[in-house]
Design a protein around this ligand. Structure first.
Ligand code: DOR
Ligand code: ZN
Length: 373
C-alpha cells in the first residue's frame, strides 16, 4: 500500500474502554434494494426500512432495478410517493440508466437533482437494466451529477468504467467491489487522480466461494463470492482507505425464489451488517475507530449529504454476544447467509431526528416516519 493511497490512520483495534456503548452518528447505507412496488412480495418499503433501523441505519439509498425500473420522471415519482408513505428511515433513490434508449442530457440533469446518483448495470444482475459498453460510455458522458455514477460490474468492465470516468472527467463509484484485481485497479486509478470511490459489501468481506457448498442459494449473489485472496484484499483496501465505505447491497428474495433451479441473485444484509463489522473489530480485523468513517462519514461525504447531525445515531454494544437466527431478522424474506453465526457486538438503540426508532429488538417508527434526504 503506497503512502499516497493510505488515506486513513492505521486505527486501534481494542474495544472502547471509557464507555460501554459505542455511538455512530448519521449511519447511511448507500446501496439497498428495498423492493416494494411490483416486487412487494419480496419486501416492502415498510418492512425493509424496519430492517434498516434494526440494523442501526438512519438512512438508506434505494436502487433502481425494481419493476417499474426507476429510469424516468414517472417511475421516480411513483417510487418517491411510496417511499414517502412507507419508509421508516430516511431515504433517497438512485436513478438507473435505461437500456431501452440513449441518454437525454437535459432529462438527466433535471432528474439528477432528485436522486443520489446514476446507477449503471454493466454485468448480470436481477431485473432488466443490463446495458452494454457503448451505452455505459454514453451515460457516463451525459451525466451531470451532482451525485456520482455508480457501477455494477465484474471483470474487465470495471477497468472500462474507470477509463471512461477518467476520460469524461466524471465522478464514479464502484459498487460492491468484488475482487483483488478490482481493488488494484481502483488504487491505481485513485493514485492517478481519477475521481473514484468504492464500497464493499459484507458478504464479500465475510464469505468466500468455499462457503457455497454449505450455504447453497444463500450465498448466490452478483457479483459472486470470490476467493480468500479477494476477501483479504477487500479487508486491506477497507483498512487503508482505498475502499471508502461499506454498503450492504441488501437484496431480499423469497425463500421460494432462492430455491429455484437458478436461484435469484442477492442476499439480505441490513439486519446483520453492523453486528458483523463489530465482530470483525472485536477480532482485530478493523479498528473500532474506523467504523464511523466507513458506515457514516464517508458515504455521507461521497453522496453530498451534510455531516451527520447529533440527533440521528446508533448506539452499539461492542461486547454483547449473540447468534444470528432467522427469528431475530426484521427483513421480510426471513433468511440470511449468516444464520447461526456468533456475533460480538449488537445494535442497542437507533435514534432518528431525536426519536428512538429501534430499541430492545423492537422497531418503534411507523411507516412514513422516514424523510427524503
Ligand atoms: O445479487 C444481487 N442482487 N446483485 C444485484 O446487482 C442486484 C440484487 C437484486 O436486486 O436482487
Ligand atoms: Zn445492488
Amino acid at each position: 500500500m503506497s503512502e499516497r493511497t493510505r488515506t486513513r490512520p492505521a486505527g486501534h483495534t481494542s474495544a472502547p474502554t471509557n464507555s460501554r456503548l459505542l455511538r455512530i452518528n448519521g449511519t447511511l447505507d448507500p446501496h439497498v434494494h428495498l423492493r416494494g412496488l411490483e416486487w412487494s412480495h419480496k419486501g416492502t418499503f415498510a418492512s425493509e426500512t424496519a430492517a434498516a433501523l434494526a440494523g442501526g441505519y438512519c438512512a438508506v439509498f434505494d436502487m433502481p432495478n425494481t419493476p417499474p425500473a426507476t429510469v424516468n420522471e414517472t417511475s421516480l415519482q411513483r417510487k418517491l410517493i411510496d417511499l414517502g408513505a412507507q419508509a421508516r428511515c430516511d431515504y433517497k433513490a438512485w436513478l438507473g440508466a435505461d437500456p431501452k434508449r440513449d441518454p437525454n442530457p437535459q432529462e438527466l440533469q433535471q432528474l439528477g437533482q432528485q436522486v443520489c446518483g446514476l446507477k449503471l448495470y454493466c454485468g448480470e444482475t436481477t431485473g432488466t437494466l443490463l446495458i452494454d459498453r457503448t451505452l455505459m460510455e454514453s451515460y457516463i458522458a451525459a451525466w451531470s451529477g451532482p451525485g456520482p455514477i455508480g457501477l455494477h460490474a465484474e471483470g474487465d468492465m470495471i477497468q472500462h468504467f474507470i477509463e471512461a470516468v477518467a476520460r469524461y472527467g466524471k465522478v464514479g463509484h464502484i459498487c460492491h467491489i468484488p475482487t483483488k484485481a478490482a481493488v488494484e485497479q481502483l488504487q491505481a486509478a485513485k493514485e492517478a487522480g481519477v475521481k473514484l470511490t468504492a464500497g464493499v459489501s459484507p458478504h464479500h468481506l465475510f464469505l468466500t466461494d468455499r462457503d457455497l457448498d454449505a450455504l447453497g442459494p444463500k450465498a448466490v449473489m452478483k457479483p459472486p463470492l470470490g476467493q480468500s485472496t479477494d476477501r483479504d484484499a477487500l479487508w486491506e483496501g477497507l483498512r487503508s482507505g482505498v475502499i471508502d465505505m461499506v454498503e450492504t447491497d441488501h437484496a431480499p428474495h423469497t425463500w421460494e425464489e432462492k430455491q429455484q433451479h437458478k436461484p435469484a441473485f442477492g442476499v439480505a444484509g441490513l439486519d446483520t451488517c453492523l453486528p458483523l463489522m463489530l465482530t470483525a473489530a472485536s477480532e482485530g480485523r478493523i479498528g473500532y475507530d474506523l467504523l464511523p468513517t466507513i458506515l457514516a462519514d464517508a458515504p455521507r461525504a461521497v453522496f453530498g449529504l451534510a455531516a451527520a447531525d447529533a440527533e440521528s445515531y446508533v448506539l452499539l454494544d461492542p461486547k454483547s454476544r449473540w447468534t444470528i437466527t432467522a427469528e431475530n431478522l426484521h427483513t421480510d424474506c426471513g433468511w440470511s447467509p449468516f444464520e447461526g453465526v456468533s456475533m460480538t457486538g449488537r445494535v442497542v438503540e437507533t435514534v432518528l431526528r431525536g426519536r428512538t426508532v429501534f430499541k430492545d429488538s423492537e422497531v418503534l417508527a411507523e411507516p412514513g416516519f422516514g424523510q427524503p434526504l
